[in-house]
Design a protein around this ligand. Sequence first.
Ligand code: HEC
Length: 181
Amino acid sequence: MPNQSLDDQHHDGIEELDNPLPKWWVYLFYATIIFAIGYGPYYWLGKGQTAVQVLANEQAKTQSSANGEATDLGKKLTAAAQNHEVLEAGQVIFTAKCAACHGPDGGGIIGPNLTDKFWIHGKGTANDIAHVVSEGVPDKGMLAWGKVLSPDDLVAVVTYVHSLADTSPDHPKAPEGTPIN
Ligand code: HEC
């Protein structure tokens, strides 16, 4: 089409109208502005927590409940150490389940000597012993007894092992691990 100005051309054949926007769209737009007035300050200035803060709080909670469990175990172990029945029950379990590897008096056979001052895992506190007995050392053939024994039996056998410290087994195995002092 020669000699026609650009204004007159609708190259795609569509005519542009200046209709008002639909009401629902306009209200929605205002609503987002009002929402933002509340939302922004709540998260930037107010109490709103970011996902990172929420995660940190949850982790702190889990941590403190894990500490709570550990002190529960600590209390049980302390109480058990004073209790002859628990010690005797612990000895029965030790003879049945542990003596094959650690010797009837804890002097060590395949497993290490449990009476000396040398420890591979931890420093020989009741808590350290509870931890290694419960979790085991699967690579080395030491079972995770936490999955096998009831919590009471675990406390009993740990208490018994702890009571073996500084005793003199008949055939003590050579020390393994690091000395505790
Ligand atoms: C099949 C053999 C076996 C049996 C059964 C066994 N243990 Fe062990 N235990 C081991 C071995 C091997 C290790 C050394 C792991 C290592 O080298 O890290 C060990 C390590 C340990 C330790 C840590 C010693 C250290 O020096 O840190 C304790 C405590 C222990 N056992 C207690 C027990 C108790 C309690 C039982 C019974 C409920 C038991 N074990 C049953 C083989 C055994």
